[in-house]
Design a protein around this ligand. Structure first.
Ligand SMILES: *Cc1c(COP(=O)(O)O)cnc(C)c1O
Length: 414
């Protein structure tokens, strides 16, 4: 009897529209890249996670084709029955080399990796201490696990208890949580954090986290989805950026962002952890293997990134250029070094509508950027989130800057 559920959904969907929370999807009619085609119009894309410009790179497409020719389209199996090819093992060992870890286990996505990583390692005798702004997939992974939970206020390393300004709730610093987990007599303690937080583009203070982990005998898990491939001087991630390579116990990351952008993810770290997860990680045991085309292209990405830092260097230059010019123009941005550049609207009246109007006008100027409002970000923190790419030419970055200034003047912001 679908009738009552149908009526419920119709009402809920209409309420999403009323609250302006309904998610509209713009349709792209071209490959992903710096320049895309939307509604028959060519625009420059400044809102993809295509940080290294590899999403439609000819060498990756060729590598994917080659593996379809030599290893086929799909494996029709999970890894432990008949889903492991030589190239899967090769990719696991290349990713380990790249991240500076002992071993790596592949997943269909990083969402699955985060769903697999907590439950087999920790139970009710243990503690997970998690940043308040961690990604949905970390939150869901933790929900699958019986460990006791402590949530620390975002990037706050302190031994204090404070009030969260957005919610008024009590929030503790990381060190306070570690002490409490100690007092509770927890067997193992795991600190879980995003490497880079995608809404603000800020970086976890991994050097301090690692120090606290040593002091309180905790292990450290970092989800580096928004950093693998370009953060740090050779692009290994936030652990390289903060000079703590080899000191992070578990790294999860995605192949769906900087590393080619198709799909796939992994957990990388100590060999015993990886071995245990191959036996116990449910999304690994009960979900299909990564297809050969994706494995082949990701192998190619590893080769490109280990041969040269050209792409991450170019991304860094584009990021600096954009951040400097936009700040000089008088826009309010969250300072930092990450290619995620949030342009903030909170200080203007009617900021939610202004951000939406701004992004629509930008599309008329041929620049594709998106406005984020509550509940994706806190009230009053409305923003346009720009993402730079190594795929952007310096001229394309200039074009975007000029469009921002033009629209900013038209809307009375500058
Ligand atoms: C994008 C993202 C994921 C999900 O990655 P998929 O491979 O697309 O599932 C997980 N964690 C973080 C922090 C992310 O930004």
């Amino acid at each position: 009897m679908y009738g009552t559920l149908k009526q419920f959904l119709v009402n809920e969907i209409s309420s999403l529209h009323d609250q302006k929370l309904y998610k509209h999807e713009r349709i792209i009619e071209s490959p992903q890249g710096a320049e895309i085609s939307v509604n028959g119009k060519k625009v420059l894309n400044f809102c993809a996670n295509n940080y290294l410009g590899l999403s439609s790179h000819p060498d990756l497409i060729k590598a994917a084709h080659n593996q379809i020719d030599s290893r086929g389209y799909g494996l029709s199996s999970v890894r432990f029955i008949c889903g492991t090819q030589d190239i899967h093992k090769e990719l696991e060992s290349k990713v380990s080399e790249f991240l500076g870890t002992e071993d790596t286990i592949l997943f269909s996505s990083c969402f699955d990796a985060n769903g697999a990583v907590f439950e087999p390692l920790l139970n009710e005798q243990d503690a997970i201490i998690t940043d308040a702004l961690n990604h949905a997939s970390i939150i869901d992974g933790i929900r699958l696990c019986k460990a006791q939970r402590w949530i620390y206020s975002h990037n706050n390393m302190s031994d204090e208890i404070g009030e969260d300004q957005a919610t008024g709730k009590e929030l503790k610093g990381l060190e306070r949580c570690l002490k409490e987990a100690d007092s509770a007599g927890c067997r193992f303690k795991m600190i879980a954090t995003d490497g880079c937080f995608s809404m603000d583009g800020d970086i976890a203070r991994l050097n301090e986290i690692v120090e606290l982990a040593e002091k309180y005998k905790a292990i450290v898990m970092v989800d580096d989805s928004h950093s693998t491939g370009f953060m740090g001087k050779t692009g290994r991630g936030t652990h390289e950026h903060h000079n703590v390579m080899g000191k992070v116990d578990i790294i999860t990351t995605t192949f769906g962002k900087a590393l080619g952008g198709a799909s796939g993810g992994c957990i990388s770290g100590h060999k015993e952890i990886v071995e245990w997860l191959r036996n116990k990680g449910r999304p690994y045991l009960f979900s299909n293997t990564v297809p050969p085309s994706t494995v082949g292209a990701t192998l190619k990405v590893m080769d490109i990134l280990m041969a040269s830092t050209e792409l991450r260097d170019k991304l860094e230059e584009n990021t600096k250029k954009f951040r400097n010019a936009i700040t000089e123009a008088g826009f309010d941005i969250i300072p930092g070094v990450h290619p995620i550049v949030p342009i903030m609207f909170g200080k203007y009246p009617n900021c939610s509508q202004l951000a939406v109007d701004f992004s629509n006008k930008m599309l008329d100027e041929g620049i594709y950027v998106v406005a984020f409002s509550f509940p994706v970000v806190p009230k009053g923190k409305d923003r346009i989130r720009v993402q730079l790419s190594a795929g952007h030419s310096p001229e394309q970055v200039d074009t975007a800057i000029a469009a921002f200034i033009k629209v900013g003047k038209e809307l009375g912001m500058l």
